[in-house]
Ligand binder design. Structure first.
Ligand code: CP
Length: 316
């Protein structure tokens, strides 16, 4: 089921539910737009294109970066944010996503949802009159990968033709990186324990020649332009924590592995991180790490995304 466009009385509504809901050209526009909005922010320039617009944030899972970057972002664009913890709403007591979407989207201009199942997000978007943004599901984290690629471009230039190595769990981030690899023309090298491999059926891409699977994490880092990872146990899988710690014990991003990547390679982690598990402290706190820039850039990229979904392309 394709759910990236809902049809309402006022015409098609653009959602951002998965990475490929934006074309390559639109991604490149957003990267440039995020750069412009970041400059405005750094110069304390008031810019309120979303004056009086309201964003509702619905969370079914914990968050620091996503909540803050969306809340601060909409305020900085002149709008307002309403935070809703799903368990305090009627959604948490079983009101259908379809009914909730119809109601909320009559009251606000934009909706961000962090939940478990991508299918819930899709059902919600199908019945929303306003754009819905994926703030993380079990299947995808497109705002984060969009930001990570912006961060790479900001630090090193175009990502096309580069090698991005993913070490660890083939989780929502890894699957979203795979979607991005085809869209933006780079290679995603994935190193996971055999029982935690990428699920090709989950990918939203037509070709898989942009994906290389190399089980040995040291070999996977060879000549990489970017090495990235995430926690071994994502939200929702806590019951598997001890089993996962054993399964992933050899999938730490260490200084020795970073040394096999290109000399100017970057390290990224969407955070929160567990030093000594998926990444050594010397790597995440070392000179190749751009994790703090990556976290800050959620603000700038999502401001560009919200502006685009509500107003379309802006003249620079
Ligand atoms: N990376 C990320 O999405 O952070 P939060 O879980 O803190 O929102």
């Amino acid at each position: 089921m394709s759910c990236d466009i809902s049809t309402t009385k006022s015409g098609p509504v653009r959602h951002y539910l998965q990475f490929n809901d934006l074309s390559r050209d639109e991604c490149l526009y957003l990267f440039e737009r995020a750069r412009v909005l970041k400059q405005k922010f750094k110069h304390y320039e008031t810019y309120h294109p979303l004056h009086d617009r309201t964003l509702v944030l619905i969370f079914e899972k914990s968050s620091t970066r996503t909540r803050l970057s969306f809340e601060a972002g909409i305020y900085q664009l002149g709008g307002h944010a309403v935070y809703m913890n799903m368990r305090d709403t009627q959604l948490g007591r079983g009101e259908p996503a379809e009914d909730t979407a119809r109601i909320i989207s009559r009251m606000v201009d934009l909706i961000m949802i962090r939940t478990f199942e991508q299918s819930m997000l899709q059902r919600f978007a199908m019945h929303s009159r306003v754009p819905v943004i994926n703030g993380l599901t079990n299947e995808a984290h497109p705002c984060q990968v969009l930001t990570d690629i912006f961060t790479y471009i900001e630090q090193r230039g175009p990502i096309q033709g580069k090698v991005v190595t993913w070490i660890g769990d083939a989780n929502n981030m890894a699957h979203t990186w795979a979607d991005a690899a085809q869209q933006l023309g780079f290679t995603l090298r994935v190193s996971t324990p055999p029982e935690y491999r990428l699920e090709r059926a989950r990918l939203n891409i037509s070709r898989t020649d942009c994906i290389e699977e190399i089980e040995d994490p040291s070999a996977a880092c060879a000549d990489a332009d970017l090495v990235t990872t995430d926690v071994w146990t994502s939200m929702g899988f806590e019951a598997e924590n001890e089993v996962r710690k054993q399964a992933f014990a050899h999938w730490t991003v260490t200084p020795e592995r970073m040394a096999r990547a290109r000399p100017n390679a970057l390290f990224m982690h969407c955070l929160p991180a567990h030093r000594g598990e998926e990444v050594s402290a010397k790597v995440i706190d070392g000179p190749q790490s751009v994790v703090w820039e990556e976290a800050e850039n959620r603000l700038h990229v999502q401001k560009a995304l919200m502006e685009f979904l509500l107003l379309g392309r802006m003249a620079s």
